[in-house]
Design a protein around this ligand. Structure first.
Ligand SMILES: [Zn+2]
Length: 169
């Protein structure tokens, strides 16, 4: 299985003062473990806006200083670049049947709200890409964490014809 990632994940979206568990060191270790990874490319606005509002995407792109987007989630001027790249790698992984190693992660972010270290819903956006561009009727999202993947669950609502949403615990 091909691993999709990008060297820039160790440089972008860094906020060492935040002491966040979501930091560049995660990807540095993973790149060492999977040195043969292939590079993804940034997601487009059209792809991201299948799940997020255009105003939210613009607000993330407008971050020009260190900010707190929620208690867990910081934003810095390179956050949008990292988040678009993370989403693009997830999309590429769906296209090739691969596995994406990215940051920031992407299963908590809501339509217009960063949450739980997540800026964009990488997983939900990749699932929408699979349905809208690759012609897949049904997509299984297996989301494991210590709690409910808020963004993944909500992004399925309104499309129950094609999506079963998990229950919030
Ligand atoms: Zn989580």
């Amino acid at each position: 299985m091909d691993v999709v990632s990008h060297a820039a994940f160790t440089e972008l979206h860094r906020c060492d003062s935040a002491r966040s568990p979501e930091h560049a060191g995660r990807l540095r270790v993973l790149h060492g473990a999977f040195p043969e990874y292939v590079h993804g490319t940034p997601a487009t606005h059209e792809q991201v806006c299948r799940v997020h509002s255009p105003g939210y995407v613009a607000a993330i792109e407008a971050i020009d200083a260190e900010v707190r987007l929620d208690p867990d989630t910081y934003g810095v001027p390179t956050t949008s670049e990292a988040a678009l790249l993370a989403t693009g790698c997830a999309i590429r992984a769906v296209e090739i049947g691969g596995f994406a190693l990215v940051r920031p992660p992407g299963h908590h972010a809501l339509e217009s709200q960063a949450m739980g270290f997540c800026i964009f819903g990488n997983v939900a956006i990749a699932a929408r890409h699979a349905q809208d561009e690759l012609g897949l009727e049904r997509v299984a999202v297996v989301d494991f964490d210590v709690h409910h993947g808020t963004g993944n669950g909500r992004s399925g609502q309104g499309r129950e014809d094609r999506t079963r949403t998990p229950r919030e615990s």
